[in-house]
Write a protein that binds this ligand. Structure first.
Ligand SMILES: CC(C)(COP(=O)(O)OP(=O)(O)OC[C@H]1O[C@@H](n2cnc3c(N)ncnc32)[C@H](O)[C@@H]1OP(=O)(O)O)[C@@H](O)C(=O)NCCC(=O)NCCS
Length: 360
């Protein structure tokens, strides 16, 4: 830690067994600051999550080794640091985040946190470091992604990445769909998609994943990494066996969050070949998050993406009638997916940068 930052402490976060545990204080502060940071950046509260709902996402698993720290200034928690090491065979990558309250910016705290991130990743033998940040729209100079799609302002966070040797690889669009408006378009598009997808039928479930669907759902989850546009980012191939599907189920079940999986089943083979995931916390008046959506490569061209998305939204209107909107994220160069979202009525609300550094 630089001499000028004597009041600052980067403290490893020990996860409590529950939010009521006597040692849960640091964790609860971390969640409070996390939610406040996202609100400061985005201007809305839709990224917030309750402490007991976040907790199941955070422990290390057989798939990912996870380290976290809280950042304290004079004893006050002002931010957090997260560092993930995927545990796929011979992985070289690490994913990290540093999130500080606005009033702590510009004093070198982020750089001290970054030094810890890079040192820890090196010690763990990882050489490809990747990170995402929202860059709120702002006037002035912009940075373009090397994909040729999208740009972000040359803002404080962008300067931070560039100063620490990172390159902008991809822009991700964050879009929102108004769940309180008309569903006429969704209904019409669903009918069109059903007509084009005559060899497929829709299935839907919430965790626990029915045993009959676990293998092909696991296969589709593993294809998210290989079949979605990754620009210059590095991802390991993932193996989603039944145990990993069960761990994914448990995160939602343990936190009381509702996951709805809507999938298209290829009638001839019985395989699931396209899916969409919507998630909401226990408070059903809060925003909904769209997680993975994918059509397996061999089954593209039958409007299955439109089918699973529209069917999911139609069902969601009954599941969470008071949720105001759905948030989703897509690569800005992913035209086929953006076409679907735009047709349904999703509108862009923010842009994220995906940043990468290769250590020498
Ligand atoms: C991006 C982020 C982590 C940077 O943290 P930070 O503490 O502001 O970073 P630093 O203070 O180390 O560096 C920022 C600037 O302050 C300058 N600075 C550092 N120490 C300073 C000091 N003592 N006095 C004055 N300026 C200082 C740096 O030189 C740098 O200047 P630059 O913008 O011209 O490059 C922080 O803004 C943040 O949490 N943003 C929201 C979340 C986010 O976008 N995270 C990105 C990674 S996930």
């Amino acid at each position: 830690m630089p001499d000028t930052l004597t009041s600052v402490e980067l403290r490893p976060l020990v996860l409590p067994t529950s939010i009521d545990a006597p040692d849960a204080g640091d964790y609860l502060e971390m969640v409070r600051v996390r939610n406040a940071v996202y609100r400061e950046i985005s201007g809305h509260h839709d990224h917030a999550i309750a402490p007991d709902e976040l907790l199941p996402y955070l422990p290390s698993t057989p798939d990912t080794e996870r380290r976290m720290w809280i950042v304290l200034d004079d004893g006050r928690v002002v931010g957090r640091i997260g560092l993930d090491f995927p545990l796929e065979h011979e992985s070289t990558v690490a994913f990290w985040l540093i999130e500080l309250l606005h009033d702590a910016w510009g004093r070198g705290i982020g750089s001290a946190a970054y030094e810890l991130v890079e040192r820890t990743a090196r010690e763990r033998g990882r050489t490809v470091l990747q990170s995402w940040a929202e860059h709120p729209a702002a006037a002035g100079p912009q940075l373009s992604a090397p994909t040729g799609f999208g740009e972000i302002p040359h803002d404080h966070a962008a300067r931070f990445y560039l100063r620490h040797g990172y390159a902008l690889e991809q822009i991700e669009r964050n879009s929102a769909f108004d769940l309180q408006g008309s569903f006429d378009v969704v209904e019409r598009l669903l009918a069109e998609a059903q007509e084009a997808a005559s060899g497929y039928r829709l299935v839907r479930w919430s965790p626990p994943t029915p045993a009959e669907y676990a293998p092909s759902y696991g296969w589709m989850k593993s294809r998210m990494i290989t079949d979605a546009p990754a620009a210059g980012l590095d991802f390991d191939e993932e193996d989603w066996d039944a145990a990993r599907v069960a761990r994914h189920d448990a995160i939602h079940l343990d936190g009381g969050r509702l996951l709805q999986v809507t999938a298209a089943q290829h009638i001839a083979s019985g395989e699931l070949v396209a899916f969409n995931e919507l998630v909401i916390g226990r408070d059903r008046t809060r925003a909904t998050h769209q997680e993975d959506t994918l059509v397996l490569k061999e089954h593209r061209g039958h409007r299955l993406g439109l089918l699973v998305k529209c069917a999911a939204l139609m069902s969601w209107r009954r599941v969470a009638p008071d949720s105001p909107r759905v948030l989703t994220y897509n690569a800005e160069e992913n035209r086929p997916m953006l076409d679907i979202n735009e047709a349904i009525g999703f509108v862009p609300i923010a842009y994220n940068g995906a940043w990468k550094k290769v250590l020498t």
